[in-house]
Write a new protein. Structure first.
Length: 295
């Protein structure tokens, strides 16, 4: 990607974002300036695969070729500009190649998560709790002059593989009170470890969710807990046990965070044609761009 092309597409992203937030009331956050600053910060730190990425000193991601990684704190700066709240557990952002999606890895030092609840949990009850958490996320949207969000329902009900300690679920979301707006989707994966758990949230438009799932599945296959940190390494005599079980990874502590991720999902769905092609497709190619400049 040439420098002048980079400038044009970055400008398109900022302009589109400004239009999306043009209805914000006086005194609200200056979304255009915030996004512009975030994009500049991302350009200086983005990494491209193949590379090894340290995930919270607990696990390692072998970033495949074609994928890009935005580390902290620049990742948080970008997510905040899109209406997301702060979260110290975030490890960065992974941008798949040629995709209208991205993946947010997180590590939560919660202790050993008991997985017994997965044998008989009720998906309807989990969904009700999830909707309550989304209402908390709406407070962040209101502060930024954005429409409130609501959860439509499951795109994939929670499933847990006891052998690999992996939990997967997905929800569909939309702007509150609307019926014709494009829907967004969150595809959520969790891997339990000895001292906590690792999650990878795929943020995608609803219509492109099926096409984007393989990206997060590829990342999961390239992610492993470090020696001594796996679920099987748990020592009941010395290790901390979490105060909650695996159901809380869908509700409880996870619900509020998902409500905030739904903010991004709807944002992507609504402005995908203008912003994602001009912006996130751009960021995916940043590594190649900078390599050519160095050469």
């Amino acid at each position: 990607m040439k420098a002048d092309s980079f400038a044009r597409t970055a400008s398109a992203l900022v302009l589109s974002f400004a239009c999306a937030g043009a209805h914000a009331q006086s005194g609200k956050i200056d979304q255009e300036a915030e996004m512009n600053a975030a994009m500049v910060a991302v350009r200086t730190v983005v990494k491209t695969g193949p590379a090894e990425i340290d995930l919270g000193k607990q696990a390692t991601l072998k970033l495949p070729a074609g994928y890009s990684f935005v580390p902290q704190p620049q990742a948080d700066q970008l997510l905040k500009a899109m209406g997301n709240g702060e979260d110290p557990s975030r490890l960065g952002i992974v941008l798949p190649p040629d995709s209208d999606s991205f993946v947010v890895p997180r590590y939560i030092d919660a202790g050993y998560i008991k997985d017994d609840e997965a044998a008989d949990w009720n998906a309807d009850e989990l969904l009700a709790s999830l909707k309550q958490g989304t209402e908390e996320g709406n407070k962040e949207r209101q502060a930024r002059g954005m429409p409130e969000m609501e959860i439509v329902g499951w795109s994939q009900k929670p499933t847990y593989d006891k052998a690999s300690q992996r939990l997967v679920w997905a929800i569909e979301s939309k702007d509150k009170g609307t019926t014709k707006a494009e829907h967004g989707a969150n595809y959520n994966t969790y891997v339990l470890g000895r001292e906590g758990y690792l999650s990878m949230n795929l943020v995608s438009g609803f219509d492109s969710l099926a096409a984007n799932k393989p990206f997060v599945q590829t990342l999961l296959a390239q992610t492993s807990f470090n020696a001594g940190k796996t679920y099987a390494d748990f020592d009941a005599g010395t290790d901390k046990v979490a105060e909650y079980g695996i159901a809380a990874l869908v509700t409880g502590v996870a619900a509020k965070k998902l409500g905030l991720f739904a903010v991004i999902a709807a944002f992507l769905a609504k402005f995908a044609k203008v912003i994602l092609i001009a912006g996130f497709g751009l960021m995916v190619g940043l590594g190649k761009f900078f390599r050519r400049r160095k050469a």
